[in-house]
Write a protein that binds this ligand. Sequence first.
Ligand code: XMP
Length: 516
Amino acid sequence: PVLVVDFGAQYAQLIARRVREARIYSEVVAHDATLEEITAKNPAALILSGGPASVYADGAPTIDEKLFDLGIPVFGICYGFQKMTAALGGVVANTGGREFGRTTLTVSGNGKLHRGLPETQPVWMSHNDAVQSPPEGFDVTASTPGAPVAAFECVERQMAGVQYHPEVMHSPHGQEVLTRFLYEVAGLEPTWTAANIADALIADVREQVGDDLALCALSGGVDSAVAGALVQRAIGDRLTCVFVDHGLLRAGEREQVQNDFVAATGARLVTVDAEETFLGHLAGVSDPEEKRKIIGREFIRSFEDVVSEALGDRAAEGKTIDYLVQGTLYPDVVESGGGSGTANIKSHHNVGGLPEDLEFKLVEPLRLLFKDEVRAVGRELGLPEEMVARQPFPGPGLAIRIVGEVTKDRLDLLRQADLIAREELTSAGLDGQIWQCPVVLLADVRSVGVQGDGRTYGHPIVLRPVSSEDAMTADWTRVPYEVLEIISTRITNEVPDVNRVVLDVTSKPPGTIEWE
Ligand code: XMP
């Protein structure tokens, strides 16, 4: 892999993503990884990320400088660029030429990184110190007003670096520059394609699970569907997919799993019809956290009930199910410190409250992938587009989109409204812009309306379209008025008991994405 050495900036994961966009596999490693840990990964190149500190500050993050002597191609970015300079004998100083935000890069010379790109181009900078003189043997190939040495390269040593951040979209030629480092300076080949990824992951799962049995809980979401499809390819019928229909799903989701997923993968599927059970336990409950607790608990119970069914005839042979498939993604792995798969069973216990005696080992085939890669692999495996492109949907489903008590009637009504909103947003071509759009029923609120000739006393529906990168922060999406108008008209005309549609114009923070 290309290893991105994380100096504590928030950009390391983004850099890894950009490298993978150039179709080369990349992973993030902490800067305090030892020389042995790094070389054990057999890196094709190192990218030194930005970081918050000055290279000369006390306690500034550092790496083992022997890494520069191993013939591994190196690319330095921002702090990493300065670190590389200092380690290789160049000079970094605080010249007062600090730059934050957009500045103009002027290309000079005939370096590989910027050749043929516009002579002046905007780039994104964030630095106090600057490189004064490059290490011996390096050519300076670009400058900015605050950084006379804004890029350098040494083709013989396969090393280069830039002061600016090529990974952010505010540096419009950044991806091109990064790609040139990878292809032209480091000499790497683009082999990280969906087909190759899928093949490699299937082989890994086959090796991990061997002749054992595995279970996969499908939620209808992208991650569990792709994870399930990969494991199915790897071990066939030794995988049982379990789909708990808790009655809190959106229109069409059950059919998608039961028909489309099964048709695309040939997976062995057990569906648990648990609507009555879930709604029974939710009766009379309005508190969001209590709803979540009940749903989590009942989910586990349904899952337990199905284990013996999933074993089928194999129970007689004394078989047990050893593995549980999880759709964990790379960002979760990096954020939890890169812990190994089996350790995660703990967090699963905490989150879902799996009983102690249900001891599964985990199969996490997506743990090295970003979301867009998961989608690409899903397409490669032939999963239907509606499934692969689906927006995130919370585990507790529509229960936390009904403010008030959850009942079958209310769910049916919300399902209708949600379907209308989804249809219209899709046909307006807005899916790419919208991270997700919760549609919320304010069941405890009534307002007066007039429909036909009569007075109505109905409920409002809230539209909550948000744009986001990772759901940690979000902004409300500026959906065109014409589209809102169609959605509003259709919902108030077609959905009984709803006489008002309102738009949520709150960012996150302060609002969360969901209403509960
Ligand atoms: P909030 O509402 O916290 O949502 O801004 C952030 C993201 O998480 C989803 N979400 C959940 N997912 N169980 C889940 O599996 C939950 O209880 C839950 N609550 C929120 C939400 O849809 C959004 O994508």
